[in-house]
Design a protein around this ligand. Structure first.
Ligand code: CA2
Length: 144
């Protein structure tokens, strides 16, 4: 069975607890169970990680190929806009990487308009709340 790595970046563990007007009321656990249900139906294996630490995310991406993952679904969260290290890891990992965002980063503050990850990702899905993740998973399943 193919394995897909899902990475949730910093503070996404707070979903559903704070700022529901921007990010919705679903918790990360609920999003993960939606993804797992979809993965089961499509007969792929998901490994889901959340980290608040840039280096840990770089390591997850960098080791993904040798750990037999076929693709990566990532919401880099705030590191989207700042992390050259995560961008370089994505560019070098040799796998399809789909970037997702809950919110439409282009309709928010100007500092969120630029993603350092998008130019090196296979594609980006944003602005559909939790649905961005299931759409992102569907895109990955098409790619692999
Ligand atoms: O829209 C997205 O998915 C973001 O990646 C979410 C990040 C934000 O920095 C990006 O610009 C866009 C924030 C994730 C933190 O989520 C929170 C959820 C509840 C309370 C506080 C933060």
């Amino acid at each position: 069975m193919k394995k897909i790595l899902v990475i949730h970046g910093p503070n996404l563990n707070l979903l559903g607890v704070r700022e529901p007007d921007i990010y919705g009321r679903l918790t990360l656990e609920k999003i993960n169970s939606m993804l797992k249900k979809e993965a089961k139906a499509r007969k792929v294996n998901l490994v889901i990680k959340q980290s608040n630490h840039e280096g840990q995310i770089v390591d997850l991406i960098g080791h993904a190929k040798k750990n037999k993952f076929s693709a990566i679904l990532i919401n880099p969260a705030a590191y989207t806009h700042t992390s050259v290290a995560i961008r370089d890891a994505v560019a070098a990992c040799g796998l399809s990487v789909v970037e997702v965002h809950l919110s439409n980063i282009h309709s928010r503050e100007e500092f969120r308009h630029k993603s350092l990850i998008s130019p090196v990702a296979s594609g980006t899905i944003l602005g559909f709340g939790a649905k961005s993740y299931t759409l992102g998973l569907a895109a990955i399943l098409d790619l692999i």
